[in-house]
Design a protein around this ligand. Structure first.
Ligand code: ADE
Ligand code: ZN
Ligand code: ZN
Length: 262
């Protein structure tokens, strides 16, 4: 996701934290965040080049056209090093954060919190669990209305920004409000299922990744080819998927942090 997608997920999450989790998050955030997790949720994108090892941790490449994800098969980087993908990163930073409060944790838990918050967002972007040959839609040229871009960027940013421009005064606040209302109304009965992790795990990235590649096949890639023009039909049919994935990302980041910090 772009800045507004990550901001949305982290604002939703922070509003759903238990008292103990909210306190731990406030203690771990850098002073410059002024207590606002949303303000730091794109930090991991800003350090992709400074920490070159982290750039493979934002996504998963799955076999072309299979539309399934398997951890042991797919969670590796371009050199085949296993566990180096967004699902492996979520597991790693979750286990680092579980050392919070124990005498001398050897980890930088501020960075762990910012990475985890960003990666739980990214794993909900369908094309962050995309096909290998097109790098999750990064090599598919399209037009967003009349603007030249790539399919991946339409899902990271264009759909969200067009929604903000048309319905919310070009600001993320209205979109965040609308998603929060949906979470407590239309989606209220599904939220406990979103929060649930099978086998009493702390977080469930394999579930989130499997949902993403299915949505990528059913909605992101569907009907799109090189140089497709994406306009009103695509925007109106895909916006509900984007808002659902932002909602699930926020709810699950909060559920994960609540389980980590007890
Ligand atoms: N680079 C390679 N595959 C990618 C993906 N699915 N998403 C983002 N960046 C990528
Ligand atoms: Zn992206
Ligand atoms: Zn990212």
């Amino acid at each position: 996701w772009g800045i507004d997608g990550h901001l949305t997920i982290c604002r939703i999450a922070q509003s759903r934290l238990s008292e103990t989790a909210a306190t731990a998050v406030k203690n771990l955030l850098p002073a410059s965040a002024e207590g606002d997790l949303g303000s730091k949720c794109s930090w991991a994108d800003n350090v992709k080049f400074r920490y070159r090892w982290s750039s493979a941790l934002h996504y998963i490449d799955t076999p072309d056209n299979l539309c399934t994800y398997q951890y042991t098969r797919d969670c590796k980087d371009e050199n085949g090093v296993k566990d180096r993908c967004v699902a492996g990163a979520i597991n790693n930073y979750t286990s680092q954060l579980l050392t919070y409060g124990s005498a001398a944790s050897q980890y930088n838990l501020t960075q762990a919190l910012l990475f985890l918050s960003h990666f739980i967002g990214d794993i909900h972007q369908p094309l962050h669990v995309g096909f290998t040959s097109d790098k999750g839609g990064n090599t598919i040229d399209v037009k967003w209305y009349t603007t030249k871009t790539v399919l991946h960027h339409t899902w990271d940013s264009n759909i969200i920004e067009t929604s903000e421009e048309r319905s919310y005064d070009s600001s993320p606040d209205g979109l965040i409000d609308a998603i929060q209302k949906n979470i407590t109304a239309e989606w209220a009965d599904q939220v406990p299922m979103w929060e649930k992790c099978s086998r009493n795990l702390t977080t469930c990235p394999d579930i989130y990744a499997s949902e993403s590649i299915k949505a990528a096949c059913d909605w992101s890639y569907k009907g799109v080819s090189e140089n497709s023009v994406l306009g009103d039909d695509y925007f109106q049919s895909r916006l509900p998927i984007v808002t659902l994935r932002l909602a699930q990302g926020g709810v699950r980041l909060a559920a994960t942090l609540n389980r980590i910090f007890g």
